[in-house]
Design a protein around this ligand. Structure first.
Ligand code: DP6
Length: 361
């Protein structure tokens, strides 16, 4: 018995001969973090994220039907116009994982062309936007074959496939806020795919800003995949998974009520807990840099002095995401340029905000 029979494509006939599909999918930033997973790519706890707007991957999938199906997947990969062989193994294993759900994959020769709107090696995770963009293109091809699939089913299966590429990628298809992982207080939530936050979001979060300070653009010493793995047998794992579930319950109410003080408390605590899990793993590791801590202290000082609702979050790296209401945009940008840019590598930062998810171009 297959794990998710509802996502297996029906028997297919009439495969299109050739064509090209182009789409774009954004990155996302988790408010309650996914850290720890079970096979295959199922989260230990539910997570919730803001979908971003500016940080995106643009992917084209050119497909050409083969006369006979190939034994292995037949694809070329171009990143910013040039062949990129070190990305191929990740796509190869993605194809292996999703083949049972997209049985036509070996019938085609594919060329995947991809590029990001954010600077290469900025330390911004491109796996979320990259895997969701590729899953989106593949599902647009499936739609040409399986025309009966409804828009809702299409979206669900796209998220399901993206998850098999990279867990957090399943949260990049819709916006402005998505939840991945089964949670008793979020109706329709599932470990297998992400859903759009199913409640009206308070206007305080409209156009919520995310300015990403690029603290360290170097290659991380420990990948997310290894970090997730270290949650197996981690002494605080069970407490952490429970805490994440409780934080999601709190955040659900906050997103509806607009209570920004509680938002700040949950979001910053989640960021620090994520890094605390890394520091208490065996082997232990630290992804923050001295400038990450300097920025955090500056944010706290600024908030104390001004009463601002600016807060920070972190992903699995040294960069700092600064989250703040649209109404504070001018003041916070002044603060960033006068006091925080000095902590950024080459003075680089990216202004992003909450966005709506993947789209066909
Ligand atoms: C810290 O989704 O990158 O950003 O499933 O192994 O590809 P894999 O990991 P990934 O992990 C992201 C972890 C995080 C928190 C989050 O986005 O929820």
């Amino acid at each position: 018995m297959k794990d998710y029979p509802q996502f297996i494509s029906p028997e297919i006939s009439g495969l299109p001969n050739e064509g090209k599909i182009t789409c774009t999918a954004p990155s996302n930033i988790a408010l309650v973090k996914y850290w720890g997973k079970k096979p295959v790519q199922l989260p230990e706890n539910a997570s919730i994220s803001f979908t971003l707007d500016t940080c995106k991957t643009i992917t084209s999938l050119s497909y050409k039907k083969r006369n006979i199906a190939s034994k292995d997947f037949d694809f070329d990969l171009l990143f910013e116009g040039k062949p990129k062989s070190d990305f191929k193994p990740k796509i190869q294993s993605f194809f292996e994982r999703i083949e049972e759900y997209l049985p036509f994959l070996k019938q085609y020769t594919f060329t995947i062309e991809t590029s990001n709107t954010f600077p290469h090696s900025s330390g911004i995770a491109s796996s979320a936007s990259g895997m969701s963009a590729l899953a989106y293109c593949l599902m647009q091809l499936e739609k040409k074959i399986n025309q009966d699939i409804s828009d809702a089913e299409l979206l669900k299966k796209t998220s399901f496939l993206a998850r098999l590429g990279s867990g957090s990628a399943c949260r990049s298809l819709e916006g402005p806020i998505t939840v991945w992982g089964s949670h008793p207080d979020i109706e329709g939530s599932s470990d297998a795919f992400a859903i759009k936050f199913p409640h009206t979001i308070h206007h305080n979060f409209k156009n919520y800003q995310d300015t990403i300070l690029l603290i360290d653009k170097g290659e991380k010493q420990v990948s997310s995949t290894v970090g997730h793995d270290l949650m197996h047998g981690h002494p605080f794992a069970q407490e952490r998974f429970k805490q994440a579930a409780d934080n999601l319950t709190t955040l659900k109410d906050v997103l509806i009520s607009g209570d920004l003080d509680t938002f700040i408390e949950v979001v910053e605590s989640e960021a620090l807990t994520l890094h605390a899990m890394m520091m208490t793993s065996l082997p232990y590791f630290i992804l923050m840099k001295p400038n990450t801590l300097s920025v955090i202290n500056k944010v706290w000082e600024y908030r104390k002095k001004t009463g601002s609702k600016l807060c920070f979050t972190l992903d699995a790296g040294a960069n700092v995401h600064l989250l703040y209401p649209d109404s504070e945009k001018e003041e916070v940008l002044d603060f960033i340029t006068s006091e925080l840019v000095a902590y950024c590598q080459n003075g680089q930062y990216i202004c992003d905000k909450i966005g709506l998810g993947a789209e066909l171009l």
